[in-house]
Design a binder for this molecule. Structure first.
Ligand code: SPV
Ligand code: MG
Length: 294
């Protein structure tokens, strides 16, 4: 496994490089492995999908230490750098300090903090969610940066002003403040079905710091346009969990209807595939080395 130190540098490279980077969502150890297998260079540990995979809402129902445990499984399962969806930071500046230290200790390469209030609600629910006071959120950013245990740890500040209907000026004001407070990148979020406001923001922002986007709602926008706009990083935020939901639902329904496995066997991963994914071959080697010969 790649030692954690290089993971911090790897995420920083992805975020800082002028070429467009991609982070793919994962929500547990297995999905993290699948992201790596697909050839992605980094993982988005989504708050929405980690919660949903636990059967919970994206409302900080899982405690931050429960989230940390999921993240540790993900970090152990892959060599890729992981950008953690840190929601609001689970409280005020003091909670952020402890959260960031623990992420660093477990080899998580970066965190994204959003300018909302604890407990948060998913951005695609309701209208006009209240945002954090700018100064207070800047304190969270500074506290996070002051607590990182590796120089390359990445803190992304997420601006929710467009989602909350506060407009472009407020979004830019907030992004500027968060950048000054020490954020390494700005995530500008939108829930519109086109990327118009994202592109407008990017024009005004003029690359003062790397921009990260989440095109869940404006999914039809060609990626070439993100490149042209000088976006740093695209997050495909929830698609492995959504794919799994469809596959699991279809498989459960078919087995229930058929009372037989015959028609699903060819449609599902083989048991061997599971063994391969979780590295049973390595265990066989280790047994030869460490168990007494029989
Ligand atoms: C997540 O994946 O949890 C995110 C992105 O924060 S969004 O669901 O669009 O808020
Ligand atoms: Mg989230």
């Amino acid at each position: 496994l790649r030692p954690p130190a290089t993971r911090f540098a790897a995420l920083r490279r992805e975020i800082a490089s002028p070429s467009l980077s991609f982070l793919m969502e994962a929500h547990d150890g297995l999905s993290a492995k699948i992201v790596e297998e697909a050839g992605f260079r980094g993982i988005w540990a989504s708050g929405l999908t980690m919660s949903a995979a636990l059967g919970l809402r994206d409302s900080n129902e899982a405690s931050w230490t429960q989230v940390l445990d999921v993240l540790e499984y993900m970090a152990d399962a892959t060599t890729l750098p992981i950008l953690v969806d840190g929601d609001t930071g689970h409280g005020n500046f003091n909670n952020v300090r402890r959260f960031v230290r623990k992420l660093c200790e477990r080899g998580l390469a970066g965190v994204c903090l959003e300018d909302k209030l604890f407990p948060k609600t998913n951005s695609f629910i309701g209208e006009g969610q209240p945002l954090a006071d700018i100064e207070e959120f800047c304190g969270r950013i500074k506290a996070g940066k002051d607590s990182q245990l590796d120089d390359d740890f990445v803190l992304v500040a997420r601006v929710e002003a467009l989602v909350s209907g506060l407009g472009m000026e407020e979004a830019l004001r907030r992004a500027e403040a968060y950048h000054r407070a020490g954020a390494d990148a700005i995530l500008i979020h939108s829930k519109q079905s086109t990327a118009d406001e994202i592109f407008a923001f990017a024009r005004h922002w003029a690359n003062r710091a790397p921009l990260v986007i989440v095109p869940t709602m404006y999914y039809a926008t060609p990626t070439a346009l993100f490149r042209e706009a000088g976006i740093s990083t695209v997050i495909w935020a929830n698609h492995l969990l959504r794919a799994a939901i469809v596959a699991m639902r279809e498989t459960a329904a078919r087995i229930r209807r058929d009372e037989s496995l015959l028609r699903v066997e060819g449609q599902v991963a083989s048991v061997k595939d599971i063994f391969r994914l979780v590295g049973n071959a390595e265990l066989e080697q280790a047994e030869k080395r460490y168990l007494p010969a029989r």
